[in-house]
Design a protein around this ligand. Structure first.
Ligand code: UD1
Ligand code: NA
Length: 370
């Protein structure tokens, strides 16, 4: 039931304070700073022995893997691969018995991901599922796994499942690194950060009126929107651009901020829309200089930044642009909050452009269910 909402996508965006709480429920012990995943309990020995972890998924689920790759690398200190399921199958990748392969899928029925799972099972790797649907193929065929408990996702694109997959993956990284003494403080910081996420998502919703206004004006007739992010926010840029394409039918690309310097800046002018993630982390100075270049070229960026960050006030004296302020969290969790404004922008842009949100043109969710 959609309840008081206009369609499933809107309902699912607004469910996120609850669903991000559900994925953590009963799985975090605040007093001991421990994450307990019942679904992995009996496999801990095998999982911690892994020489390599490979995450395999499609579409938004793939972006959740990209978003959490760095925290796996940092906490577990082994090579972490992220693969698009279809490309993984095409390449007949080398998979070994001491590999741990994690399959992420909302429905648990994504055909390419199941195909990759079967391949890894044949190679005798240890397989882990991160799925929303209990009893689904991926849930059954994997050795072990974590249900994200987000409830049915019926909207035209993934919203609440993206944020819950993200959190589930961070919790897996926390679980697998529990034996690492050097990571005690860092793990504690992340666990404390996780607990605040549901409340912080509610704060992000306060941006909605500004976002509706953006979709009525600056963004309304745009043919193309570039979304820029770097480090932890590169995945947010890709996922944000995917939302725009799937829902608003606007051409959109997610790009690594600062990387294709010439390519992108050649495209920049007053008309091209650019959304840039510029929340505070170690890459912040680099992101700021990319944005400065865009402004110098008369670009008109919409900036997603942290609350109370003074730097933008000075830059606005030079040229006015819109900032969307989100609360700050631990760097590896910031993407959970940062994606919410993009979900809302793609939603409201779709509404303003008259898209039918309950039956998008592309039957994305049924043929290649995530
Ligand atoms: C489980 C129960 C939950 C109960 C809780 C109480 C289920 C589905 N979950 O949750 O209702 O409240 O215990 O302790 O009955 N699995 C896979 N692949 C996947 C996902 C899961 O093999 O992709 C397996 C897990 O390894 C586990 C089982 O499915 O054996 C349930 O997983 P999950 O629901 O995540 O476990 P709990 O959180 O312990
Ligand atoms: Na299973």
């Amino acid at each position: 039931v959609k309840g008081s909402y206009d369609n499933f996508m809107q309902k699912e965006i607004y469910e996120q304070p609850e669903t991000t709480g559900n994925v953590m429920r009963g799985r975090i012990d605040v007093s001991t700073n421990r994450v307990i995943l019942g679904g992995l309990e009996h496999w801990m020995f095998e999982l911690r022995r892994a020489r390599r972890i490979i995450m395999i998924a499609c579409r938004a689920s793939y972006h959740a893997c990209l978003a959490t790759r760095a925290i796996f690398e940092e906490l577990i200190e082994i090579p972490i691969g992220v693969e698009l399921a279809s490309d993984f199958i095409d390449r007949n990748c080398c998979i070994f018995r001491d590999d741990v392969c994690i399959f992420v899928s909302q429905s648990g029925e994504t055909s390419d991901t199941i195909c990759a799972l079967n391949y890894c099972l044949k190679k005798e790797a240890i397989t882990v599922g991160v799925v929303n649907t209990t009893g689904s193929s991926i849930s059954r065929f994997t050795h072990c796994g974590v249900h994200i408990n987000a409830g049915p996702e019926k909207g035209a694109t993934s919203t609440k499942c993206y944020t819950s997959q993200y959190i589930a993956l961070v919790m897996i990284a926390l679980c697998l690194s529990e034996d690492k003494v050097s990571q005690v403080e860092r793990r504690k910081e992340i666990i404390q950060g996780l607990i605040l996420i549901p409340k912080q998502i509610e704060e992000v919703f306060r941006l909605e009126s500004t976002i509706i206004d953006l979709c009525d004006n600056e963004l309304r007739d745009q043919e193309s929107v570039l979304v820029l992010g770097r480090g932890f926010q590169f995945a947010s840029a890709l996922e944000g651009a995917l939302k725009m394409k799937e829902i608003s039918y606007v051409h959109s690309e997610g790009l690594l901020a600062g990387e294709p310097k010439h390519g992108v800046s050649d495209l920049v002018d007053e008309a091209l829309s650019i959304i840039a993630f510029a929340t505070k982390d170690s890459l912040f100075p680099k992101v700021v200089s990319s944005i400065e270049r865009i402004i110098a070229r008369k670009g008109n960026p919409i900036i997603i930044c942290n609350k109370g960050d003074k730097i933008w006030e000075q830059k606005k004296l030079q040229k006015n642009f819109v900032t969307l302020e989100v609360p700050q969290t631990v760097n590896c969790l910031q993407g959970v909050l940062n994606i919410i404004p993009l979900q809302l922008i793609s939603y409201w842009l779709a509404v303003k452009r008259g898209a039918d949100l309950d039956s998008p043109i592309e039957p994305a969710k049924t043929s290649t269910a995530q």
